[in-house]
Design a protein around this ligand. Structure first.
Ligand SMILES: Cc1cc2nc3c(=O)[nH]c(=O)nc-3n(C[C@H](O)[C@H](O)[C@H](O)COP(=O)(O)OP(=O)(O)OC[C@H]3O[C@@H](n4cnc5c(N)ncnc54)[C@H](O)[C@@H]3O)c2cc1C
Length: 283
């Protein structure tokens, strides 16, 4: 029968990896808020099996060895409400709180948002701005990949057959930050442009700055030249430096025209969002 798939409930990571490796039509499923919509609309004709992540113990947020570890099956609501996250990572709190509405955030997971690999995924710019890495589990064991190197294009990642995201690892530090997005509406809308900015104190009165842009390139991208400029200068940055950084942010964007927006508008708005995000962290 069309549109039917078998659902597996593995009890361990090796079991999940084994199902994914041995069944070419198997797909991991977490909250299902991306996958089930596509499945119901007939957009996943090759999927024969779903592998449910709920029994794999991936729901914890802990602090160990200088890293905050966020299990990949944590929902947006759980991430945004957790004290370890709230005390350290404002950009991630704001990003996860802007995914859909309550009902979606209660089901949608961080692993699903990243695994979906949309350039408009709202948790991704905050994670990149916080130097997050993905801890992967697969048939060959565990490996860690910086999230900035995880995406190969829209819907494409470095995940190998049988591999899954076990957790996200974020350096343990208190940051200031902001996540801003523009959509068709103020809430419950897919991003046309998004920007996350995080920063933290470094040496000699300077701040280390990270800026990531969503929905203006095939993957979420870092604005490395603007980051370097702001990180090398005394903090808070002087007005002329902010103008230079803003120009570099706008230059970094490589948007396209599509049904949600036009590329010129998107490019211009990266500069506007950068200015607003910086204002927020400087107050
Ligand atoms: C009404 C509505 C509104 C939405 N609004 C937004 C929004 O504002 N912003 C936004 O960013 N998104 C939005 N989304 C998209 C979606 O909710 C998110 O992308 C969500 O985070 C997906 O998580 P999930 O757990 O539901 O993933 P699923 O649908 O279960 O899976 C998504 C993909 O990730 C893969 N995956 C899941 N877990 C893992 C893992 N541990 N390791 C590797 N791969 C994995 C799956 O195989 C699949 O390819 C919306 C969706 C709906 C239906």
């Amino acid at each position: 029968m069309d549109n039917l798939a078998r659902v597996h409930f593995p009890a361990s990571l090796p079991e999940a990896a084994d199902i994914l490796r041995t069944r070419p039509g198997a797909r991991l499923i977490a909250g299902g808020t991306d996958l089930l919509v596509k499945h119901r609309n007939g957009l996943l004709p090759d999927v024969t099996d779903f592998v449910d992540v709920s029994g794999l113990g991936l729901h914890e947020i802990t602090l160990t060895e200088g890293q905050v570890r966020i299990g990949s099956a944590c929902t947006m609501t759980a991430v945004a409400g957790h004290p370890l996250v709230r005390e350290r990572f404002p950009a991630l709190v704001q990003g996860t709180l802007q995914v859909g509405a309550f009902q979606i955030r209660n089901a949608a997971t961080l692993g699903g948002n990243v695994g979906n690999a949309s350039p408009a995924g709202d948790s991704i710019p905050p994670l990149l701005s916080l130097d997050a890495a993905a801890l992967l589990f697969g048939p060959a064991g565990r490996r860690t990949v910086p999230l900035a190197e995880f995406f190969n294009g829209p819907g494409k990642t470095v995940l190998q057959p049988g591999e899954l995201i076990e957790a996200f690892l974020l350096p343990d530090r208190r940051t200031a930050g902001a996540f801003l997005k523009l959509g068709e509406r103020r809430a419950h809308a897919i991003s046309k442009v998004s920007l996350a900015l995080s920063c933290w104190e470094s040496a000699h009165g300077r701040h280390e700055v990270r800026i990531a842009l969503g929905a203006v390139a095939p993957t979420v991208i870092r604005c490395r030249k603007a980051e370097e400029l702001l990180s090398a200068a005394p903090w808070p940055p002087a007005t002329d430096l902010v103008a230079k950084a803003r120009a570099l942010v706008v230059e970094t964007a490589r948007p396209i025209d599509d049904l949600r927006s036009e590329k010129n508008y998107r490019r211009r708005m990266t500069g506007v969002l950068f200015g607003r995000a910086l204002e927020r962290v400087l107050v």
